[in-house]
Design a protein around this ligand. Structure first.
Ligand code: PHE
Length: 341
C-alpha cells in the first residue's frame, strides 16, 4: 500500500472517531437529522470521500473504497439504532387523554368549625355582629372586670394557665364583653367565638383547650324575656323545633340573675336515658342579665342600660349534634373520624 492509501486510511479512522462521538452526543431529533445530513447526506462527508476514491488507482480504489463503504454502512446502522431509540422515548412520553384523571384529595372543614359557622349564622340572622378578642388575657379582663374579686372562690372553676404574673390564657370568652363595652356605647348586640383554656383534667367531656361562643346585648329596656326569646330561638334552630328549653337559677359573678340553660334530651326526647343521666335534660349554656357592677366598670349607667349575656361550649353542641361520645376525637386528627363530616 502506498502513501496515499495510508493517508486515506488514517483520515477514515479520524472521521470514524469523530462521527461516532458526535452520534453519541445527539440529544434531539433535529440533531440526529443534522448528523445524518453532515455524514451520510448526498453532499456529506462520506460521499465526499467516496467521490475522491473514484479517481484512485485501481488497487487503492479497492482497499480504500471497501473501508469507506464499511464505515458508511456502520454509520447507517448506528443511525438507525438511534432513530429507533428516539421513537421509543417519544412513545413512552405519550399520554392517553382518554384515561380517567387522578382526582386530588380535597380536605374539608373540621366539625367544630362547621358547627361554629352554623351557630354564628343563626345569630347573624338575628342582627348580632361578630367580634373577636385575644386568647391571651390579663387577670383584669378575665376576672376583675367581670366581678370576680381576688380570692373569690368562683375563680376556681375558671382557673387557667398563667404566662406571667397577671397574664393568662383566657378561661372563657366573657372578657370580650368588657373589651367591647369599654370601646363602644350601647346599644350593642355582639357574638364572639374562640378558643378558651382551663386546667381541666382530660376525660371524654373535658379538654384543656376548647371553644366557646359568647353573646352580649346591651341597650335600653333589655329584659330577661329578650334573653329567653333569643336563646329558645337559637336552640330550636340548631337542634330541632321539638326541643324544650329549661332555665334554672345559677350563679356567675358577672350576671345577676344568672341561669343555667338546658334542652330536653335530644336522644330520649326527655324520657331519661344514659346520655342525659336519666334526667331528661342536657345542660347547654350559662346566661343571665349583665350584673350592674360590670356595667359600672365599663362606665355604663345601669339605671339607663340593661343587657343580657350568654356563653356556651362549641364542642358540647357539636358532640350532641353529631352524636360524638369523646371530646378527645376532635384533637386526634384521625382522618377516619374527620372524613365523616
Ligand atoms: N363565661 C361563662 C362560662 O364560661 C358562661 C357565661 C357567659 C355565663 C355569659 C353567663 C353569661 O361558663
Amino acid at each position: 500500500m502506498n502513501k496515499k492509501g495510508n493517508s486515506y486510511t488514517i483520515e477514515l479512522k479520524k472521521i470514524e472517531k469523530e462521527a461516532f462521538l458526535s452520534l453519541k452526543k445527539v440529544e434531539t431529533k433535529e440533531e440526529l437529522e443534522n448528523f445524518r445530513i453532515a455524514y451520510l447526506g448526498r453532499k456529506g462527508v462520506l460521499n465526499g470521500i467516496l467521490r475522491k476514491i473514484k479517481d484512485f488507482p485501481l488497487e487503492e480504489k479497492k482497499i480504500s473504497g471497501r473501508q469507506a463503504n464499511n464505515l458508511k454502512r456502520q454509520l447507517e446502522e448506528n443511525l438507525k439504532k438511534r432513530v429507533l431509540q428516539f421513537e421509543k422515548k417519544t412513545e413512552a412520553k405519550k399520554i392517553d387523554i382518554t384515561l380517567p384523571g387522578i382526582k386530588p384529595k380535597l380536605g374539608h372543614l373540621h366539625p367544630i368549625t362547621l358547627i361554629r359557622e352554623e351557630m354564628k349564622g343563626i345569630f347573624q340572622e338575628l342582627g348580632f355582629e361578630i367580634i373577636t378578642g385575644p386568647e391571651i388575657e390579663t387577670e383584669y379582663y378575665n376576672f376583675e372586670a367581670l366581678n370576680f374579686p381576688k380570692y373569690h372562690p368562683a375563680r376556681d372553676s375558671f382557673d387557667s394557665f398563667y404566662l406571667a404574673s397577671g397574664i393568662l390564657l383566657r378561661s372563657h370568652t366573657s372578657p370580650v364583653q368588657i373589651r367591647v363595652m369599654e370601646k363602644r356605647k350601647p346599644p350593642l348586640r355582639i357574638i364572639t367565638t374562640g378558643r378558651c383554656f382551663r386546667r381541666d383534667a382530660i376525660d371524654n367531656s373535658h379538654f384543656p383547650i376548647f371553644h366557646q361562643m359568647e353573646g352580649l346585648m346591651v341597650g335600653e329596656g333589655i329584659k330577661f324575656s329578650h334573653l329567653k326569646g333569643i336563646l329558645i330561638y337559637f336552640l330550636q334552630k340548631i337542634f330541632s323545633s321539638e326541643i324544650k328549653v329549661r332555665f334554672l337559677p345559677a350563679y356567675f359573678p358577672f350576671t345577676e340573675p344568672s341561669a343555667e340553660v338546658s334542652i330536653s334530651c335530644i336522644f330520649c326526647k326527655g324520657f331519661g336515658c344514659s346520655s342525659c343521666g336519666h334526667s331528661g335534660w342536657i345542660e347547654i349554656l350559662g346566661a343571665g342579665m349583665v350584673n350592674p357592677k360590670v356595667l359600672r366598670k365599663v362606665k355604663y349607667d345601669p339605671e339607663k342600660f340593661t343587657g343580657f349575656a350568654f356563653g356556651m361550649g362549641i364542642e358540647r353542641i357539636t358532640m350532641l349534634k353529631y352524636k360524638i361520645s369523646d371530646i378527645r376525637l376532635f384533637w386526634e386528627n384521625d382522618v377516619r373520624f374527620l372524613e365523616q363530616f
